[in-house]
Design a protein around this ligand. Structure first.
Ligand code: KG4
Ligand code: ZN
Length: 339
């Protein structure tokens, strides 16, 4: 079945409320994101109930804004309303999914519950009707996983983190270093002037055959390092770029090594990288170098589709709607939804 009508998608799994309208397969009619980053920054992380309340405030104006921005689309012309149903924070997911179900019911059009991870996974191939057989590295604030993607909807998990996600490690270590939330961007920025080999922080799980990740040991090691060194304010400021570059190397080095092993093990020569950490400049540079050497094809989403957004949710939904899938209005959210 060729699903050709506009899809309205809602994303509210964490601290971004987002609404997008996609004209399949790849014509973006509008994409709006209301970030709560500044609200949560003062708590040093996302507070679920605060996120939920702010989604509630943002969702209706965003929905109305999306429809007026995609001015050629009238609500009754929409083909489906879809929303992230998991994984994510339950109070946050509830707002977007309930709103989407209400709209679907009101307009009498299909509703589809979308997996947030699938949204990220397919985002490097935005606009393509056919997703190639490839290796996907998903690196976000909540997830770190390597997946073999056979085609849209057919996935095999090869490895994932046993504790912190890569983005979470960046954010927690940034907090230890007194940097602002979300810290991944700050570490990336400071690392550009630093020496990545000055402090050899541990790289976990590098033994053969292991495609899982572990980043909590790195965080502990940075904490002990700071206690042991006991830098003066001036020394700390001077060494901060080297510390950031070394932390980044410990995370990125593991990610790149595991991508290389997984691709060889599964005999895959196409790599897709998604999630907020896909914006990291060292990760991009090292993967580009690896793929050039191995003659593998490397895909990243455009920066606007790397961090949380509703476009990737609409795009993932499109592949399921094309197969005739839809959910009933009684479909619940799935906060622990896996892929
Ligand atoms: O995909 P995303 O927007 O949200 C989740 O689904 O989790 O990812 C957010 C994560 C945060 O942990 C943030 O620190 C990280 O992506 N991030 C980065 C960079 N930009 C965003 N980490 C490292 N380097 C970056 N340039
Ligand atoms: Zn995400």
């Amino acid at each position: 079945m060729n699903f050709s009508k506009p899809i309205l998608a809602i994303e509210s799994s964490c601290d971004e409320t987002a609404v997008a309208i996609l004209q399949p397969p790849g014509k973006l009619l509008c994409s709006l994101v209301a970030s709560q980053m500044e609200i949560h920054a003062r708590f040093g992380g996302v507070v679920p109930e605060v996120a939920s309340r702010n989604h509630l405030l943002a969702i209706k104006p965003l929905f109305e804004g999306a429809l007026s921005e995609a001015y050629m689309i009238k609500p009754e012309e929409l083909g489906a309303v879809v929303a992230t149903a998991g994984p994510g924070l339950a109070p946050a997911l509830l707002v977007g999914a309930s709103f989407a179900k209400g709209v679907a019911l009101g307009l009498n059009i299909p509703y589809l519950a979308v997996n947030h991870l699938e949204g990220h996974l397919l985002s490097p191939f935005f606009g393509s009707e056919k997703i190639p057989h490839h290796l996907a590295l998903l690196v976000s604030g909540g997830h770190t996983q390597l997946t073999e993607v056979m085609s849209a909807g057919k996935y095999r998990l090869l490895g994932s983190t046993t504790d912190d996600a890569a983005g979470e490690a960046f954010d927690k270590i940034a907090k230890l270093l007194g940097l602002s939330y979300p810290g991944g961007i700050e570490i990336d920025r400071l690392a550009r002037q630093g020496d990545p080999h000055r402090y050899p922080f541990p790289k976990a799980f590098l033994e053969k055959g292991n495609l899982n990740f572990s980043f909590s040991g790195l965080k502990t090691s940075v904490r002990y390092f700071l206690e042991k060194e006991n830098f003066s304010e001036k020394e700390f400021r001077k060494n901060l770029p080297d510390i950031c570059a070394s932390v980044q190397e410990a995370i990125v080095g593991v990610l790149v090594e595991k991508v290389s092993r997984a691709a060889e093990q599964q005999d895959l020569d196409i790599i897709g990288v998604s999630g907020g950490v896909a914006c990291n400049s060292a990760l991009r540079a090292q993967l580009e170098k690896l793929c050039q050497k191995k003659r593998w094809q490397l895909y990243f989403p455009p920066a606007s589709l790397a961090t949380d957004n509703a476009v990737m949710i609409a795009f993932a939904a499109m592949h399921h709607l094309q197969d005739g899938e839809q959910n009933s209005i009684s479909q619940e959210i799935i906060p622990q939804w896996k892929i």
